[in-house]
Design a protein around this ligand. Sequence first.
Ligand code: GLN
Length: 519
Amino acid sequence: MSDTSVSASSSNEFFGHPKGLVICFLTEMWERFSYYGMRALLIFYLTQHFLFSDEAAAGIYGAYISLVYITPVIGGIVADRYLGPSKAVILGAILLVTGHMGMAIEGSQAIEITVQGKMSIERDPFYMQIFYMSLALIIMGVGFLKANISTLVGSMYERRDPRRDGAFTLFYMGINLGSFLGAIACGFLLQYKGFGWGFGAAGIGMLFGLLVFIRGKHLFGDAGKPKRPELLKQILLPGINREIAIYILTLLGVLVCWQLMQNRAVVGGLVGASLVTMTLVVVMYGFLKCETHDRNRMLVCLFLMSYQIVFWGLFEQTGSSLNLMTDRNVDRVIFGFEVPAAAFQSVNAFFIIILAPLFNAAWIYLAKKGWEPSTPTKFALSLIQLGLGFLFLVYGASLATDPTQVALIWLVLLYLLHTTGELCISPVGLSMTTKLSVPSVVGMMMGCWFLASAAGNYVSGTIAAMTGSDTIGGEVADAGAALSAYVEVYSTAGWYSIGIGVFALIIAPLLKYFMHGIK
Ligand code: GLN
């Protein structure tokens, strides 16, 4: 990372880390507050406000959460070549504030009408369009913000700086602090005030993120700036320089996403096509522009990124099928108080905040002894833990005598194992991407990291749709049948994940060899 690094002088440090890390932490915390706060409500908004069937809702949800992670490739490339990370983050944050505020425009609830014995749902087309447009703004906003804020974290450390993994762990805690607070705040606002309030809170959170970043962006020095500022000033059309052209194209991108959200059948193809294209781009870049060691590292990095397809495909049941299952089949009463299902979206984030420092300490302790697992081994372990989490819930469900009363502890155990799994893949992968990539394309590679996440999220929508049950007016018709559907899908998911994890464990030493001394 030497060419983009800001060497951290002690006056510029905060608890041994560059002060810019605090800005990345807070900006991403607020961004994730809005993202996860909104996401905790989304499936309920679709099934209870717009009265979509489980299957249709899972389709919309899946398309949204995959598009959200496709666009970081574009945001990463545009920042690498033209805008630089700081301008890209600000652009993303503005789009996000607008999108989340748009979600707060709730409009009238859909109604079920029966004409000549045939039931159909009537939804106000105007509010449906506002809804899709808001999602589109969020999708493009995440695209510009997510990869670039992560790249900025890496840019503050030299390639072999031992503080790098710790910095990403801290950053990841920021992500999850935001996610934790967002799910709780928006979940409770939904319960007591309605959807508009919940979504509005997400928008206000993002506004704080934007303000924090604008105040602190000077701390990144050259790492935040465009590499070739003269390119931005270049006039492309009368009165339009490249920078303005980028903003206009971004708005066109919003329109494209707005349409994509309404033509969801193409999203799967788009994810697939983007994966193939980016794989070819990275492989070609490796062969044409890199020397052998750098090329091997980039290829290993690309291969490891693909594990995320399995990981997020299953993990992301959290916001969709697990969220609905929690609502329908889990006993949510704690000390006489019924906790809203959406609030359980915060459990994973809570565990991350508690466990991330422990994991960090464990990695450092193991590293000192020479026993720290390599990145490929950590990834393999993450898949095994993910699978075990599902099998715990499946076992817990088999103990329930009433299908609406599965004991909460099994859900919590699932989240615990999913969290330990996440800690072995997600922050580790961000750090890996910044150290295995050559610096000139680190934004693009970070985009690829999130693209693999997009593929996982798309798969998760497909899996969630398999768990769908019949509903009447947004309520499940038969809780027993619903639980059986969840159990069947989750037990298959659990065993597959463990199997793939074991295979990944076997090939880990080979991958490590091709990382040439970078762990
Ligand atoms: N939970 C993490 C975040 O929101 C990782 C998400 C992902 O890569 N799919 O940043």
